[in-house]
Design a protein around this ligand. Structure first.
Ligand SMILES: Cc1ncc(COP(=O)(O)O)c(C=O)c1O
Length: 390
């Protein structure tokens, strides 16, 4: 085979498409652009000082362990802190490089398991783009299930199963979903678990925004079931750069995930795990940190929602009680809205970026997490101008 044919074969594989959002973020970093595009935590709530103190102590007191190879399941003190108090079994936990890796490992594990028929994953539509990418990369066919104010519309999934759909797994982001902000109601969560148990599929519940209820606590998430594989992350509440996430599943599944993890990267950074363990273990500081973080996001969310209501009444905005995102829908399509908005100096993500089977043509995700609230009025003014020009 010629070298160019070899290259063609490799580069033809369209499972490796870039994320629209990551591409957009390159433009959104321009100094003249106000970004409502990325789902990053606010810079000022990332606890840099606390990380420095923890890092210093760990290197001074436990440097030999922190800088050495560690166990694939993760450091035991972190696993003990991450396990939910209702299920105090640290062997349910595998520490991963963010919940993105957790999803990748689970998708590989489930995708390689025996099953009949095509490899199908049900997923919220619109859904988290990172999950769409991972599942496609492992050659899953995606069945997009609509989302409304109460999260995944489980009745639609049930209807599709009754009509012959055989999902191997169902991916859900149950609390303050990315991108719509919707939260799965307790009733739907029970219904979904019953459906999974009756039809033998896994529920992969990716819950990085669970701690970010801005107006009281959100529902508790999915009820306990052997079919549920929970994914967690410290990215939105500590620091995404530390890359600490986890899987919380039946120990038999956790053991298998450890084997998959060994083939990927042996283990997650020991040093970073110990830094996060020290921070999470500092209970009084941790609770105060979470309160401060929620207070800041509430200000941001309220400011952006108010600016949109005042300046852009034509955009129907769904405002949720937590997370990082608002979801907007226009009555009519506006051609080239995203590029026109960028030209005017504001970045938003088109809803179509999250579409699975639907096309969500007139929708957009507006993130309030990272931007400075004093810039939100101007951002919305620019967006209104771009919509009016379209
Ligand atoms: C729903 C969802 N899952 C996973 C991730 C990735 O999290 P992590 O940094 O833990 O890999 C994100 C980040 O935006 C997310 O929104």
């Amino acid at each position: 085979m010629s070298a160019s044919a070899l290259f063609d074969r490799l580069l033809d594989d369209d499972r490796w498409s870039s994320s629209v959002i990551r591409d957009l973020l390159i433009h959104a970093r321009r100094p003249d652009v106000i970004s409502l595009a990325g789902g990053l935590p606010a810079q000022e709530v990332i606890p840099r000082e606390r990380c420095m103190v923890a890092a210093d102590r760990i290197l001074t007191e436990r440097g030999a362990v922190a800088l050495q190879y560690g166990v694939s399941a993760g450091e035991s003190e972190l696993r003990e802190l991450l396990v939910r108090s209702s299920e105090p079994e640290p062997d349910r936990i595998v520490v991963t490089a963010g919940s993105q890796q957790a999803l990748d490992l689970v998708a590989r594990l489930v995708g390689g398991s025996t099953g009949t028929g095509p490899l199908v994953a049900a997923i919220e539509d619109p859904g988290y783009l990172g999950a769409i990418q991972v599942l496609r990369s492992h050659r899953y066919e995606l069945a997009g299930i609509p989302v409304d104010a109460d999260g995944l519309v489980v009745d639609v999934l049930a209807e599709r199963i009754a009509a012959g759909l055989r999902p191997r797994l169902c991916y859900v982001n149950p609390t303050f979903q990315n991108p719509t902000g919707a939260t799965l109601s307790a009733e739907r969560a029970h219904q979904l678990v019953e459906l999974a148990e009756a039809n033998d599929f896994w529920i992969v519940a990716d819950d990085p925004y669970a701690e970010l209820g801005l107006e009281g606590h959100p529902p508790p998430g999915l009820p306990r079931s052997a079919n549920v594989i929970r994914l967690g992350s410290t990215s939105k509440v500590v620091a995404p750069g530390l890359r600490i996430g986890w899987i919380d599943a039946d120990p038999r599944i956790a053991d298998r995930v450890v084997l998959v993890k060994q083939t990927a990267d042996l283990h997650t950074s020991t040093f970073n795990q110990l830094v996060v363990a020290e921070i999470l273990g500092d209970e009084i500081w941790w609770e105060r940190h979470l309160d401060a973080l929620r207070a800041r996001y509430l200000v941001r969310r309220t400011h952006l929602a108010d600016a949109l209501a005042q300046r852009l009444p034509g955009l129907a905005v769904t405002t949720q009680s937590g997370g990082f995102f608002l979801w907007g829908e226009l009555a009519n399509p506006v051609p080239d809205l995203v590029s026109n908005a960028l030209q005017r100096g504001v970045a938003v993500v088109p809803g179509s970026a999250f579409a699975v089977e639907s096309s969500s043509p007139n929708t957009m995700r507006l993130s309030y997490s990272a931007g400075a609230p004093e810039h939100f009025d101007e951002a919305v003014r620019r967006l209104a101008e771009a919509i009016a020009a379209g």
